[in-house]
Design a protein around this ligand. Structure first.
Ligand code: CAA
Length: 299
C-alpha cells in the first residue's frame, strides 16, 4: 500500500515538451532547470517579444556561467541553448505536455492566463502554477478541466533551493499529482505535497519571520538592529536580503495575503509597501555586494 499522500507513479504522464508562461526571473530560472534535467524542448512566452527576449537572454547567460564554471561542456551548452525557444504565439504550446506559469501574482491575471492557454493545449496536457500564496483551486476556477491543475512552487534561487511544494487541491486528479511528483524528482528536488492553504507551508512560516522583522521596524527598532541581530544569529540571509531576493512587491503581496487570511496573526506593514514602491532596501556596490542600507529606504 502506498503511504498517505504518495500518488501512484505509474499514472504520471510522459513529458516531451514543457511550456513556460512568464519570462521573468523565477520563470527563466525554472525554464533552465527543465531543459537541464528533463532534456526536452522548453518554450517560454510572455506579454511581448521584449520580455520573451529578456528571459531567453537570462537563460543563455546562466548556461554560459555553468559552462565557465566547468559544470557543463560546450556541447552540452549548445544542446541546452537549442532546446530553449521564446515565442509570443500560443500555438507553440499545442504539443506541450506540462505547462507552468509564473506571471504576476494576481488572482484574476492567473485565472485568465489559464483560461486562455487551455484553448491552445492538448487535452492531456498538465497545468501547473508557481504561485507563492494564492489559492491554486481559485486560480483554476475558469478552467474547463481544473482536475489537471496543480501547484508547483519553487523557491529562489531555483538552482540552489532543494524544495518544491506540490499543492494538491480538492480538484487535482491523481495523474496530475503523480506527474508533478515525477517531474520534481527528475529536477532533483525534494517535493512535499501540501494542502491548498494560504502560503502553503514554507511561505506561511517565512511570512511570519519577515512580517515580524518589518513589525519590529514599524514599531521603532532601527533596520540596522533587526538586520544585524538576525545576521549574527546565523540566518543564511537577513529578512531584508530575503525580501529583496524574492522581490519587494512579491514580499508585500505575500504578507497581505496572510494578513487577509489570518488577520489575528499577521500584521500589515505600510513600511513594506513604501519600500516596495521605493524599489530597494539595501545599498550594493557594482559587483552586487551589500554595502549598507539605501538612504531613501531607511529614513
Ligand atoms: N541564482 C543562481 N545561483 C545562485 C544564486 C542566484 N540568485 N545565488 C547563489 N547561487 C549559487 C551560487 O552561484 C553558488 O553556486 P556554485 O556552488 O555552483 O558556485 C551556490 O548558489 C552557493 O552560493 P554562495 O556560495 O554564494 O552561497 P551562500 O552561502 O551565500 O548561499 C544561498 C546562498 C543558498 C542563496 C543562501 O544565502 C540561502 O539559503 N538564502 C536563503 C534563500 C531562501 O530562503 N530562499 C527562499 C525565498 S522564499 C521564496 O522564494 C518563495 C516565494 O514564493 C517568495
Amino acid at each position: 500500500k502506498r503511504p498517505a499522500g504518495a500518488p501512484d507513479k505509474a499514472l504520471a504522464r510522459p513529458i516531451g515538451k514543457v511550456g513556460v508562461i512568464g519570462a521573468g526571473l523565477m520563470a527563466s530560472q525554472f525554464a533552465l532547470l527543465f531543459v537541464r534535467r528533463l532534456k526536452v524542448p522548453v518554450v517560454i512566452t510572455d506579454l511581448d517579444q521584449a520580455r520573451v527576449d529578456k528571459g531567453v537572454a537570462y537563460i543563455h547567460g546562466e548556461i554560459r556561467t555553468l559552462q565557465d564554471k566547468g559544470r557543463i561542456s560546450s556541447d552540452e551548452a549548445n544542446r541546452l541553448r537549442a532546446l530553449v525557444t521564446g515565442t509570443t504565439d500560443k500555438a507553440d504550446f499545442a504539443d506541450a505536455d506540462w505547462v507552468i506559469e509564473a506571471v504576476f501574482e494576481e488572482l484574476g491575471v492567473k485565472q485568465d492566463v489559464f483560461a486562455e492557454i487551455e484553448k491552445h493545449i492538448s487535452p492531456t496536457a498538465i497545468l501547473a502554477t508557481n504561485t507563492s500564496s494564492l489559492s491554486v483551486e481559485q486560480i483554476g476556477a475558469k478552467l474547463a478541466h481544473p482536475e489537471r491543475l496543480v501547484g508547483f512552487h519553487f523557491f529562489n534561487p531555483v538552482a540552489v533551493m532543494p524544495l518544491i511544494e506540490v499543492v494538491n487541491t480538492p480538484a487535482t486528479d491523481e495523474a496530475t499529482l503523480s506527474t508533478a511528483m515525477v517531474i520534481a524528482a527528475k529536477l532533483r528536488k525534494n517535493a512535499v505535497i501540501t494542502r491548498d492553504t494560504p502560503g502553503f507551508v514554507v511561505n506561511r512560516v517565512l511570512a511570519k519571520l519577515l512580517g515580524e522583522a518589518m513589525h519590529a521596524v514599524d514599531t521603532g527598532t532601527p533596520f540596522e538592529v533587526v538586520d544585524g541581530a538576525l545576521a549574527s544569529f546565523g540566518l543564511p540571509m537577513t529578512p531584508f536580503e530575503l525580501l529583496e531576493l524574492v522581490g519587494l512587491k512579491v514580499g508585500a503581496h505575500v504578507l497581505d495575503t496572510h494578513h487577509a487570511a489570518f488577520p489575528d496573526r499577521f500584521f500589515e506593514s505600510t513600511n513594506l509597501h513604501r519600500l516596495a514602491e521605493h524599489g530597494r532596501i539595501l545599498e550594493r556596490n557594482s559587483s552586487g555586494k551589500i554595502t549598507g542600507f539605501d538612504k531613501g529606504a531607511v529614513k
